[in-house]
Design a protein around this ligand. Sequence first.
Ligand code: NAD
Ligand code: TYD
Length: 348
Amino acid sequence: MKNILITGGAGFIGSHVVRLFVQNYPQYHIYNLDVLTYAGNLKNLTDIESASNYTFIKADINDGDLMEEIMVKHAIDGVIHLAAESHVDRSISDPMAFVRTNIIGTVNLLNAARKAWGADMSDKRFYHVSTDEVYGSLDNGGFFTETTSYDPQSPYSASKAGSDHFVRAYHNTYKLPVVISNCSNNYGPNQFPEKLIPLTINNILNNKPLPVYGKGENVRDWLYVVDHARAIDQVFHQGVFGETYNIGGFNEWKNIDIVQLICDIMDKKLGKAEGSSRQLITFVTDRAGHDLRYAIDAQKIMKDLGWQPSLQFEEGIDKTIDWYLANKTWMEEVTSGSYQEYYSQHYS
Ligand code: NAD
Ligand code: TYD
C-alpha cells in the first residue's frame, strides 16, 4: 500500500486526478488535501467519496507545520501538488494571495516532504503540477519546449514560475525526488465558470453578454481535462526525477473562434435559432498584460512516456457542453454567493 497526497483535489483538474487515482489504484490510499477556497468543491467528487482508499483532509498548504504533521501521520510516499490560486484575472487584482499559496504554500510542502522523508527518499516522489504560462507569450510562430526560458508576464504565471524554481532548487540542493509538468489550458467538466469556456456556456444559458477581451485574437492551446489527468498519472509513475514534461494537445484556438463555436453548438442543443447566441458576444476592455499566444510542443511526453491525448477538441467540447447542460444545479450552486460579487466587480 502506498499513501499518496494530492493537494487541490477538490478543484477542477485535481478532482479528475483524484478520481483517476482512486479508481485505477486500489493498492494506493489517496489523501485529498484541500482548503476549499471558492474554487474547491467536494461535489466534484461525490461518486468516489465513500471509496475505501480515499480520505479528504481539509487543510491549508500555507500552514507549514500542519503539512509536516500530515505527511508524517499518514506516512505519505508521494505528493501530487495541484493546490493553487489559478485565475489570471484574480492575480491582477490580488497578487499577494498568489504569492502566499503558489510560492510559500509550495515551499511549505517541499519542506514538509524533506522533513518527513529524511535521508532515505529512494521510494518517494514529489510531483509539481504547473502551467505553460511560465514561458510567457509567443507571437504567431513557434512552440514552448521544456528548454524555453521562463518569462512569466502575469502575477499568476510569475507565482507559478517561482514555485517551479523552488521545486527544481530542492532537487538540485537536497536531492528531493521531484518531477514537474507544464500543461496548456484545460477544459472539461467541473471547471469553475470564471474561466473562458464554462463562463461562455453559463452566460449563454442565462442569456447574458459573452465578454471577449480585446479583439478575441489571443490564442490558447486547449486540452481535455481527463487527458491531462492521464498525463499526470504517467508522469507520476514514469517521469524521470529532475525532469520537466510539457503537456498539450497541439490544439490552438483564437478566443473568438472558440466562443463562436460554443454559441453554434449550444444553439443546436438548445433548439435556438441559428446565430442567436453569437449576438450575445460583447468585446470588452482587454486584460492588462494579456499574453498573445500559448502553444505547447508536447513531443517529449509523447516520445518518452508514450502519452497521447485521447479526444479531439470537437468531441471534447461537445462532451463538456453536455456535462454543463446535465449539471445545471452544480453551476447554480457555484455561481451563487461570492461569484456574483466577483462577476459584477470584474465585468462592471
Ligand atoms: P482550481 O482553481 O480549479 O483548483 C485549485 C484547488 O486548490 C481548489 O480546490 C482550491 O480549494 C485549492 N486550494 C487553493 N488554495 C489552497 C491552499 N492554500 N491550501 C489548500 N488547497 C488550496 O485550479 P485548476 O484549474 O484545477 O488548477 C490546478 C493546478 O493545475 C494549478 O496548480 C494550476 O496552476 C495548474 N494548471 C491549471 C491549468 C488550467 O487550465 N486550469 C493548466 C495548467 C496547469
Ligand atoms: P482563461 O480561461 O482565464 O485562461 P488563461 O488566462 O489562463 O489562459 O482565459 C482564456 C482566454 O480567454 C484568455 O486569452 C483570456 C480570454 N477571456 C476572455 O476573452 N473573456 C473572459 O471573460 C475570460 C474569463 C477570458
